[in-house]
Design a protein around this ligand. Sequence first.
Ligand SMILES: Cc1ncc(COP(=O)(O)O)c(C=O)c1O
Length: 460
Amino acid sequence: MRAHEAGALHGDIGSRPAWLRTPGDVNALVPQLWPRNVTRAADGALAVAGLGVRELAAEFGTPVYVLDEDDLRSRCRDFRAAFPTEDVYYAGKAFLCRAVVRMIAEEGMHLDVCSGGELATALSAGMPPERIGFHGNNKSLAELTRALDAGVGRIIVDSFTEIDRLTALARERGVRPRVLVRVTVGVEAHTHEFIATAHEDQKFGFSLAGGAAAAAALKILDEGVLELRGLHSHIGSQIFDANGFEVSARRVLALQAQIRDARGVELPELDLGGGFGIAYTTQDDPSTPQDLAKRLRKIVDSECAAERLAVPHLSIEPGRAIVGPAMFTLYEVGTVKDVDGIRTYVSVDGGMSDNIRTALYDASYSATVASRASTAEPMLARVVGKHCESGDIVVKDEFLPADVQPGDLVAVPGTGAYCRSMASNYNHVPRPPVVAVRDGQARLIVRRETEEDLLALDVG
Ligand SMILES: Cc1ncc(COP(=O)(O)O)c(C=O)c1O
C-alpha cells in the first residue's frame, strides 16, 4: 500500500504502471470499460444511448454521474439468467436510490441492505420486503425493529449481541425471523487489504477457526426463536480468482456438516456473498456471470458431495458487478498543469468527494476526453480533483490527448459502485446528481446537492 496521509504515491514520481500501454488511438474506447450503450459519435463526442455528453453536461451540469439504464438492467438479466434457480441479491451499498431499487426489482433481483437508510430507500421504492436481506455488524435496535416490522426476508446476524437483541424482539412480537449466520472463513482474498473481509482479524462475522460461528449457529438452533436458514460468507471485493470462493465454500460447508452432525439439521440455504471483479482499466479481466455460475456451482456441488450434504439453495450478492460498469462520471476540466516535466495534472471540477476510491483503496481508473475527438498525440496525465488534499486523485495514470484543455469534458468509466454511495461534502462541495439515460432520454434520478442543502443542515 503506497497511499500516504500527506498525499498519495510519493514513490511514483513521473512513472507509470507497467500495464498502461500508449494507445494507438487516444480517442478509442476500450469496450469492457464502458457501459454497453456508450459510443464515440460522428462528432467525436461520447454518446450514451444516443444522447451526447455535451447535451447532458449542458442540461445537468458537471460533475454528473451518468447511468446507462439498459446496461444496468442487462447486467441484472445476465446474472438472473446465469443463476436461474438461485437468488441474486443486488448489494445496495454499491449504489442505491429509489429508481435503481425499481429497476433491480423489475429485473427479478433480491436486494441486500445494510443500514436503516438503505432499508428505508428500498421500502419507499416498493421493494417487496421478503426479497430484502439485512446485513451489518452493528445493526441498532431501531434498525432491527424496523426490519422485523417491515417483514424483511432475512437478517444476516453478525454477533452474539445481535442474536440476543433479535431474539428478544422476536419473542416480544411473536414472530420467527429468518436468519443466516455470517461466517468469517479465514480466506485472504487477493484484493486490497481494506476490502478483504473474510480473514480472521476484522470486525465482520463469526470466526470459523475460533469456533464462534459454530457456537452462534447452535445457539440459534437450540433457542429455537429465530429460524436459522443457513450460513453466509463474503470474502471481499474486486476478486477475479475463484480460488478464494473454493476455500470459503469448503470451509463453510464443513461447518454445515458439523452442525448436521451435532444437531441433525441440514441448513437449507448458503450465501457466498459478492465481490466479483469488474474492469476499471485494461489490466482487469472479469469473468462473465455464466462463468462465475459454472465455477461456483461446481465448487458447491463437489464440496457437498464430499460432506454428504444436500446442495443448499444458493444465493450471491453482487453489487459492483451490477452497477459499477453501468455508470461513468462526467467532469469538466478546469486547469491543465505541467509540473516540471514530471507529469501533467488535469484538474476537474469534482474529485475525492465524488470518488474516494482512489485515495481510500489506491484504486485505478481510466479516463477519456469525452466532448470531442482529438488528433493530438497521447500524453501521460493524472486526473485530479479540486479538493485541498494532494491525495485528491481521480485517475492516477492515463493517456489523454496532449491538447487537453480547460472546458473539455472528461469521462471516467466504472464509477457506478462505491462512488456516489461513498460521496462526501468535503470542502463543502455539493454532491453530484445521477442521471439515467435510456433510448435517448435523460432522467434525473438523484438531484444535485445545492449549497442551500448544505446550509440547511447547518443550524448553529
Ligand atoms: C456482505 C456483502 N455482500 C456483498 C457485497 C458486495 O460486494 P461487491 O459490490 O464487491 O460485489 C459486500 C461489499 O462490501 C458485502 O459486504
